[in-house]
Design a protein around this ligand. Structure first.
Ligand SMILES: Cc1ncc(COP(=O)(O)O)c(C=O)c1O
Length: 380
């Protein structure tokens, strides 16, 4: 059961509206806002004196909290600025060789596609698998694997359909074929259960501004403790490596854990917010959060099943993730947007569809309000 008094304490500002947009950006809870400001207050009040030293326990705690969320070890967590940067580090830092190939779904988000496509200039082959029923079929992935395949990359949840990819099956396939399994997990972490060990995930990247309840410009990667030793990030600073003089030749001695990806000063205020967000999620319990989100989704899908909104999201509940994408009924997009704005219903409006995403602070009242508005849109 979710702790409702904790949710009220932390998310009072969200209970005044119908915020159904966490797949786009989560609005940080109070503790994350306080943590963010506290870093800046300390920075200003101390004129920066030893501010980073005082912040080290928060960085340590953030690694522990994030690791707990995905069943990893704290040493496997590194901070980055967003999902794209995290994917960019493995793409550019792993010793791929010309002729190697990576398998991706053709409908991947640019965060887990563009950097791979760019690497085609260096001889990496990108095998984009056409999707059937909104995802790559396992049989198509199997057909695409050959002796030069080095990795499979996929989003845990697809951003324009809400489809929950079957990470365990793909992870197993990767293990059997000795391939790296690289996951863009921004649409899952903090919302639904994701277990890097159970799904054989080698590398995961996640921005902090969605399910993690943090903010823009901060995120994290998980990299398993063996793989990290093979990755040479595109940049380095004192946190990630030491410079050693080996008989007159300078060389880098990289850290042996995921701090290796952290070059230069970091977004400390952002990490403070991320830590508070992850702590709240761990306190509420991810299993409880997922149960709540999925039951609200079910309630919503049932309530609209006879309305003329075409659902892009899978009908099968096991393939859903608490994120529903619906096409606008013909000619009614601006009417729908107007009614939603008037009633403080926040969703993502895209060109041909809108996306409704649920979080732990949402209630059945939010569902009633949005369904009522969707019905009114249809009236003349
Ligand atoms: C699947 C997916 N990946 C990545 C991102 C964001 O990437 P980044 O954190 O690099 O901004 C989003 C949404 O913005 C997304 O839906």
């Amino acid at each position: 059961m979710l702790n409702k008094s904790l949710i009220k304490e932390e998310c009072d500002h969200l209970l005044k509206v119908h915020y159904l947009n966490s797949a786009s950006k989560a609005i940080p809870p109070k503790s994350a806002v306080i943590a963010y400001h506290s870093f800046l207050d300390d920075y200003i009040e101390s004129y920066g004196d030893k501010v980073k030293e005082r912040f080290q326990p928060t960085i340590k705690e953030a690694r522990e909290q994030l690791a707990k969320l995905i069943n990893a070890k704290p040493s496997e967590i590194g901070f980055v600025k967003n999902t794209s940067e995290g994917i960019g580090i493995i793409a550019n830092g792993y010793p791929f060789e010309p002729g190697d190939n990576i398998i991706l779904a053709e409908n991947e988000h640019p965060a887990n596609k563009n950097v791979w496509v760019k690497l085609q200039d260096s001889g990496l082959e990108v095998r984009l698998i056409p999707t059937v029923d909104k995802t790559m079929r396992i049989s198509d992935i199997k057909k695409a694997i050959d002796e030069n395949t080095k990795a499979i990359g996929i989003a845990s949840v697809h951003y324009t359909t809400g489809l929950r990819n079957d990470l365990s099956t793909i992870g197993k396939l990767c293990k059997e074929n000795n391939l790296l399994f690289i996951v863009d997990a921004i649409q899952s972490v903090g919302r639904i259960v994701i277990d890097v060990k159970a799904s054989n995930i080698d590398y995961l990247s996640c921005g902090g501004h969605k399910g993690l309840l943090g903010t823009y410009g901060v995120g994290f990667i998980y990299c398993n403790s063996e793989l990290i030793k093979k990755i040479i990030p595109p940049y380095s600073a004192h946190q990630s490596a030491s410079l050693v003089n080996n008989h007159g030749v300078y060389e880098l001695e990289w850290l042996e854990d995921s701090r290796r990806v952290e070059g230069g000063n970091m977004n400390y205020a952002g990490i403070a917010a991320l830590n508070a967000g992850a702590k709240l999620i761990n306190k509420l319990g991810l299993v409880n959060i997922e149960k709540h989100i999925i039951s609200l989704e079910e309630e919503f899908v049932n309530a609209i099943k006879d309305l003329p909104y075409v659902m892009r999201t899978p009908v099968n509940p096991h393939k859903r993730s608490g994120l529903v994408c619906l096409e606008y009924p013909l000619g009614l997009k601006s009417k729908l947007q107007k009614i939603f704005y008037e009633r403080k219903i926040y969703v993502t409006f895209n060109l041909n569809y809108f996306r409704v995403s649920f979080s732990f602070y949402n209630t059945s009242e939010d569902i009633e309000t949005i369904v009522k508005a969707m019905k009114e849109v249809l009236k003349n």
